[in-house]
Design a protein. Structure first.
Length: 224
């Protein structure tokens, strides 16, 4: 009887050990699994034609504001409704101080994001000669900066995903001779680790439960 009981305990301990290995493996997999970023698109839809310097707008989890040489236009877009930047001389308020359109996430956690793409088009009779300077910053440190020239109707750009940033600036490039419209600004938010249990915590909990089960299985039973 004692031998059968001993063999039974060995089998139980062996099974528990296997479970411990499986639990550790699952915990390791959880720690290596990538978190999923959430994507969004700023379409500028349902915006009236207006200029409101410095007034924040919010769409798809992104907040934005613009300066004197930008305007929201419901008649120009892909489809209609876009943000239009003008050269200083021909802006909504000619010769007013120029400035950028600024985009950042409207979340209180200050999550960063990537610029995944956008549509850009030139306006005016000649539909050329205008460009936007596109600049990304993270904690006030420049991550990228490039100029994109619009040469006609809307074209789709897909530069990313690239570096994570927390601020995107669009400026009409000095010397531009025509207005430039940008639409369908595509971005991805960096995963918010505060919303997901830390992988280390998952691993510790799994190992602790497995160890507890193994200890319980090895306790001596009542004497026969």
């Amino acid at each position: 009887m004692m031998k059968r009981l001993s063999d039974s305990r060995k089998l139980t301990a062996h099974a528990s050990s296997k479970w411990l290995v499986a639990a550790v493996g699952l915990a390791a997999a959880a720690s290596l699994a990538p978190l999923t970023a959430s994507a969004g698109v700023v379409t500028f839809e349902n915006k009236s034609a207006e200029f409101r310097a410095g007034v924040d707008y919010t769409e798809a989890g992104m907040g934005y504001a613009f300066f004197w040489n930008f305007i929201l236009s419901p008649d120009t877009g892909n489809p209609p409704s876009a943000l239009v930047g003008f050269p200083v001389a021909i802006g909504p308020f000619p010769n007013a101080p120029a400035g950028p359109a600024i985009f950042s996430t409207d979340t209180t956690s200050g999550r960063s994001f990537t610029l995944d793409g956008y549509d850009i088009g030139a306006l005016g009779p000649d539909r050329q000669g205008g460009s936007l300077q596109i600049r990304g910053l993270l904690r006030n440190q420049e991550q990228f900066s490039f100029a994109d020239t619009a040469t006609g109707g809307f074209a789709t750009r897909q530069p990313g995903p690239g570096a994570f940033i927390d601020r995107l600036e669009l400026r009409v490039t000095p010397g531009s001779t025509t207005a430039v419209a940008i639409d369908n600004l595509r971005f991805s938010l960096k995963p918010d680790t505060n919303e997901i249990p830390e992988p280390g915590s998952i691993a510790i909990l799994s190992i602790g439960l497995a160890a507890l089960a193994l200890v319980r299985s090895r306790r001596p039973g009542p004497a026969s």
